[in-house]
Ligand binder design. Structure first.
Ligand SMILES: *[C@@H]1O[C@H](CO)[C@@H](O)[C@H](O)[C@H]1NC(C)=O
Ligand SMILES: *[C@@H]1O[C@H](CO)[C@@H](O)[C@H](O)[C@H]1NC(C)=O
Length: 313
């Protein structure tokens, strides 16, 4: 038998040698969630940017803590944050994918994450809705999106062949995959989509991502779940975080047991990816100052698209 101490050393060695297999997990992951410019119609807004609290709860429910990433900071500040956190979530919303601060900061983190992963520093990115769209713009350097009729509708996922050996869905129970493929339990709230056609015709996107699920609005097939081939980047056009944490009463919202379970499995998968990253804040007090607990969410009323928002700056 190999003594525990030797095993520990062995695990650390494997990690420091940057092997793909690394047994040393970080059980205190902190995930950055990117803020964005306020919605124009948000009467509750104070400050110039926000994060929907559902994204924070979503990650917390799966064992991560959250650090908000505010817009309007310098490149140097973002690099310091990047080296302190263990993953990034790009949330849904409604900003310009080329000119907004959200897009500027997404690009800074995307470029840093590419560099880090190329150097075997595992840094995962998750994009939801607008986050998927932003990732498609960052990878292809173009906006290839098209309008679809998918503003408030719950849909079943059509799994592709490629989904069968995906990382994202690997740990999902069979009955949950079945629910996802047969029941209308994924919430869609988007006007723009990455059509399967434009994905297939763009060499960069096609090389970079594999499409795991597809949906249609009846006229166009679009990418609803994708993961990068060589990077721990994942994206969904649907909204796993709304199912357990948002309660606006309109078509497209789902709260069935299977939908809540699906939400949790996506969150848990992403947090497990963040656990493979070992970035750290430079001190306990730096970490304390960076966490979302320093801010209080605001209840926006029963009609709010986001029940609670964090506001910044
Ligand atoms: C493909 O992308 C272009 C933008 O480059 C867009 O105008 C067009 O509507 C898209 N077509 C489809 C089918 O998605
Ligand atoms: C479920 O979604 C499909 C589209 O994939 C649609 O045809 C069907 O009417 C929906 N069913 C319900 C009960 O909403």
């Amino acid at each position: 038998m190999i003594p525990t101490a030797v095993l520990a050393v062995l695990a650390t060695c494997l990690c420091s040698m940057h092997l793909v297999v690394c047994y040393h997990l970080n059980y205190r992951p902190i995930i950055g969630v990117l803020a964005q410019e306020n919605l124009e119609e948000d009467v509750h807004a104070h400050g110039s940017s926000y994060i929907g609290a559902s994204y924070v709860k979503y990650l917390e429910s799966a064992g991560a803590r959250v650090a908000p990433i505010r817009i309007h900071q310098t490149d140097e500040e973002y690099e310091k944050i990047f080296n302190s956190i263990n993953g990034l979530l790009l949330p849904g919303g409604n900003v310009d994918l080329h000119t907004s601060q959200f897009s500027r900061v997404s690009k800074i983190f995307y470029d840093l994450a590419i560099k880090a992963n190329d150097a075997s520093d595992h840094f995962p990115i998750w994009g939801t809705c607008q986050g998927l769209q932003q990732l498609s713009v960052l990878t292809s350097n173009r906006n290839l999106l098209t309008l679809t009729d998918t503003k408030a509708v719950a849909l079943p996922l059509t799994f592709t062949q490629a989904s069968q050996n995906s990382r994202l869905f690997k740990a999902f129970p069979k009955d949950l995959i079945q629910s996802l493929s047969e029941e209308n339990i994924t919430s869609n709230f988007h006007s723009w989509s990455l059509s399967l056609q434009n994905y297939s015709r763009n060499a960069r996107l096609k090389r970079f991502y594999k499409v795991l699920t597809i949906n249609t609005d009846g006229k166009r097939d679009f990418v609803s779940t994708m993961e990068a081939n060589r990077y721990p980047f994942y994206a969904v056009q649907w909204h796993p975080e709304k199912t357990p944490f948002e309660w606006v009463n309109k078509p497209g919202m789902v709260h069935t047991a299977a939908s809540v379970r699906a939400s949790f499995y996506t969150a848990q998968f992403f947090v497990s990816e963040a656990m493979k990253n070992h970035h750290k804040f430079s001190s306990a007090s730096e970490e304390e100052k960076a966490l979302i607990y320093n801010y209080s969410p605001v209840f926006t009323g029963l009609d709010g698209i986001f029940m609670q928002n964090y506001y910044f700056d």
